[in-house]
Write a protein that binds this ligand. Sequence first.
Ligand SMILES: Cc1cc2nc3c(=O)[nH]c(=O)nc-3n(C[C@H](O)[C@H](O)[C@H](O)COP(=O)(O)OP(=O)(O)OC[C@H]3O[C@@H](n4cnc5c(N)ncnc54)[C@H](O)[C@@H]3O)c2cc1C
Length: 383
Amino acid sequence: MTSYDVIIIGAGSVGVPTAMAMAQSGLNVLVLDRFASPGQGSNKAAIGGIRATHSDPAKIRLCLRTLEVVSTWKETYGHDVEWTTGGYTFVAYREQEEITFKALLETQHRYGLNIAWYDRDDFLKIVPGLNRDGLIGGTFSPGDGHCSTLLFGHAMYEEAKRAGASFKFNEQVTKIEVSSGRVRGVKTDRNEYSSPIVLNASGPWAREVGQTVALEHPVQPDSHEGGITEPVAHFLDPMVVDVRPAPGSANYYFYQLSTGQVVFCITPSPSIWGFDRRETSSFLPMVARRMVDLMPRLGNIRVRRTWRGLYPMTPDGSPLVGWSEEVEGYLMAIGMCGQGFMLGAGLGELLARAATDNLTDDDRETLTILSPQRQFQGQEALK
Ligand SMILES: Cc1cc2nc3c(=O)[nH]c(=O)nc-3n(C[C@H](O)[C@H](O)[C@H](O)COP(=O)(O)OP(=O)(O)OC[C@H]3O[C@@H](n4cnc5c(N)ncnc54)[C@H](O)[C@@H]3O)c2cc1C
């Protein structure tokens, strides 16, 4: 049986950067994925937004690190991942959004984030073309941005292999092997591999993987749809997020890629639970109406394609990260909700430090906040 220092289940938004960070720290890593190539789970459905402007210190810290990695990627590794520092904006048309966004600024400033509130006229200079009717203003965080999900995922996959990580595709983990309360390796539909550490990074499928060690992880697949337009001349720098609920959707967000297309997605309301990844005919009319109402000039752009993917949701909208208390050597990085792509690179480095026993005090605080053993209270404000 082949032996490794760490086996990672899942070559997605989390598994790939973790393999890279672990291999770079000298660990002998095997990544197994049920699909034919990396990123075929939720990763390829993400639209590529990366922000540090959360309301929770753990996510802020991890995403600040991802921003550093992605924004310096080209000079460090040489691949262009279409990183653009366009910033994130949250628009406020109602007093309740104005109050929420302003209240969050205090925490965000405490963690060193560059974010500020802008009244209507100044905000319109940052996002020209917004519907002026009822617009109060909004927040803008210029250091956030976006990149190509596929290019960044693939670039990290190449670097993980260069650092020595092994990947095996079309191979599904059917069981995590445990004896005397400790992980021994995994069994797949083709083979067996041994390792003292197994990382569950299986995204929306995390619950079924956890069940093989008799644990019930509170992670549920929640389907979201995205779309992309034809390319047009550059007119928009930041991501635009509108958190006002409307029939069928809780919020939606969009931005213009450096290659000219506008990408967009919504959070359905009520949530649509389950593994169905077939796109629907109701998504586009619903989101198009909302986007054109917010920014009338979008009515002139043609949509090219829509798709549907899965958020691995947790009860409080925050990930579950850390060692199992029940099974020694079983590590979890699951329940990424709508933020696995932006958390991935920062999280991968933290998990590498966890596996090599090099945690910092900040890491310990992050792991306490994201502990899989925590009680779920409320929901993160900007989930
Ligand atoms: C429309 C849409 C837009 C989004 N936009 C953004 C965004 O802008 N920014 C952002 O940060 N996030 C975004 N997200 C969320 C993001 O896609 C997810 O949070 C993230 O991809 C989850 O990463 P993951 O590594 O946990 O799961 P995945 O990327 O799904 O990876 C899990 C992998 O595990 C594999 N696997 C599962 N079970 C097994 C098994 N038994 N054996 C072997 N392999 C297994 C799967 O095949 C899969 O490849 C978006 C999601 C959607 C749907």
